[in-house]
Design a protein around this ligand. Structure first.
Ligand code: GLY
Ligand code: MN
Length: 467
């Protein structure tokens, strides 16, 4: 288990406590979750808030912070000889508390008693998303199960979001490591994407890289010739010449920071002219968005700017018509670009989404739109120095959506439905990179991963890929 220096966690907890007033802060770590019976569990992933405030990557623990004294306690059950027999030697709770700069430890029974004595009104907790954690709030604080989420502390959520939104240099370094591995994974895909190869074969090659580095993916791999299916987790198709493969995947560093990269490559090693046109449009939209990144601009504005760039290109191709600004205002582009330009990224691939999408991505100044497409934008608020985010425009030809809009004549003053027939089996293209907002604008996180048409065509044409 890799930890930052104890001072890092102490400083973060002090800053958290300084943002709160009275009572206790209780942050639960995750438990192991059974897959098909109690002792056969899913791969363990620690809660990201718990990781942020103490870094301990072990199940069955929680943190209790006392705002009156400023003390933090590590709470849980200590290891027994039985644990040692089955799992090997492990650090005791006191050793872990000492290593992460805490005041001491509390047994599970002592924690339960303290929380009960304080009463639910005096205990700040974050909204739990796992059954085990919801049940513990119910059992220890007496909150009805159906009220556990709504009774989470808004003040605590806001304080955690404002703290975790601004990344420290050490966090950026972890993300850059995750992105180095993500680059290797994507280069592997570009090389392997050849006619006759199954999607699952490429996924296996990608996973080999992750496992070799003793880490995990930051989210389930999306890799398919059906790139228009936005979160397509099936990998059973065989690649054919003329198709595109969309791969959206990234590694998680050993300290659980995420990389989130998407590339789209031609199976035939070269893009045909139709594919190249759409690819260049997505690339231009991404470049326009990146160019606009700076402190103070809202990400909603950047999203709309990328959308406009794509509308201008789609007009040149004859697929859209009319005034580009009006088309974007009407949401006509969402037929081809039905998702958001990006999201915060950090310890979670969609960073802090457990705390509430709107609490992370929106505020009093920028409210989430309810327009189709724009309503899928997870980050809309004004950007600040230290925010880390994804820039991931895409263009897709989703036949059921096209059929529906066409039959409703939706936005038909902006969409040339008759010109869409040749795109029936096109699939989709998305290009995604990760950026940090700086004083001067923004900086690419991680290495530059090939995305220009010539680079992709060169790499996918190679017979042998040398890492
Ligand atoms: N990487 C998947 C997503 O951003 O939704
Ligand atoms: Mn993403």
């Amino acid at each position: 288990m890799k930890l930052f220096d104890r001072v890092v966690y102490q400083t973060r907890r002090q800053a958290l406590m300084a943002g709160m007033e009275t009572g206790l802060i209780w942050i639960q770590g995750n438990e192991l979750s059974p897959k098909n019976y109690r002792d056969n569990t899913f791969h363990f992933r620690q809660d990201s808030n718990f990781l942020y405030y103490c870094g301990i990557d072990q199940p069955g623990l929680s943190l209790l912070m006392d705002l009156a004294s400023g003390d933090t306690f590590l709470c849980g059950r200590d290891i027994t000889l039985d644990h040692v027999i089955w799992m090997g030697p492990q650090r005791s709770l006191s050793e872990l508390a000492e290593q992460t700069g805490m005041s001491g430890v509390l047994s599970e029974d002592a924690l339960h008693a303290m929380l009960q004595a304080a009463g639910s009104a005096a205990v700040h907790y974050l909204p739990p998303y796992k059954g085990e954690s919801i049940l513990k709030v119910h059992a220890y604080l007496g909150v009805a199960i159906e009220d556990v989420t709504t009774k989470a502390s808004d003040r605590l959520i806001e304080t955690v979001v404002s703290q975790r939104s601004i990344k420290e240099d050490r966090e950026l370094a972890e993300m850059e490591y995750a992105l180095e591995l993500s680059r290797d994974m994507h280069l592997e895909m570009i090389y392997e994407a050849k006619a006759g190869v199954k999607e699952s074969h490429i996924v296996a090659k990608i996973m080999e890289i992750v496992h070799r580095h003793e880490v995990d993916t930051a989210y389930p791999v999306i890799l398919s010739v059906r790139g228009e299916i936005l979160h397509n987790h099936h990998h059973h198709l065989t690649l054919q010449d003329g198709q595109l493969v969309l791969g959206d995947f990234g590694a998680e560093s050993s300290m659980n920071y995420a990389g989130d990269i998407t590339r789209t490559v031609p199976v035939a090693s070269t893009f045909n002219s139709q594919q190249k046109d759409i690819y260049q449009s997505v690339l231009r939209a991404q470049a326009a968005a990146i160019e606009a990144l700076k402190p103070g601009i809202s990400y909603q504005e950047v999203h709309l700017l990328a959308a406009k760039q794509m509308v201008l290109d789609l007009k040149d191709l004859g697929l859209m018509i009319g005034n580009a600004d009006e088309a974007v205002a009407e949401g006509a582009h969402a037929l081809f670009f039905p998702h958001g330009l990006g999201h915060m990224i950090g310890l979670d691939v969609h960073d802090m989404e457990d705390l509430g999408e709107d609490k992370v991505g929106y505020d009093q100044e920028v409210k989430r739109s309810d327009q189709f497409g724009l309503n899928a934008l997870r980050l809309g608020r004004k950007l600040r120095v230290g925010f880390t985010l994804t820039v991931e425009p895409g263009l897709y030809f989703i036949q059921p959506l096209i059929d529906q809009w066409k039959s409703l004549k939706r936005c038909d003053s902006f969409i040339n439905y008759d010109k869409l027939t040749p795109f029936e089996n096109f699939g989709g293209i998305r290009i995604e990179d990760n950026y940090v907002i700086t004083n001067g604008g923004s900086r690419l996180l991680g290495p530059s991963i090939p995305k220009q048409v010539e680079e992709i065509e060169f790499l996918s044409g190679l017979d042998k890929y040398i890492a």
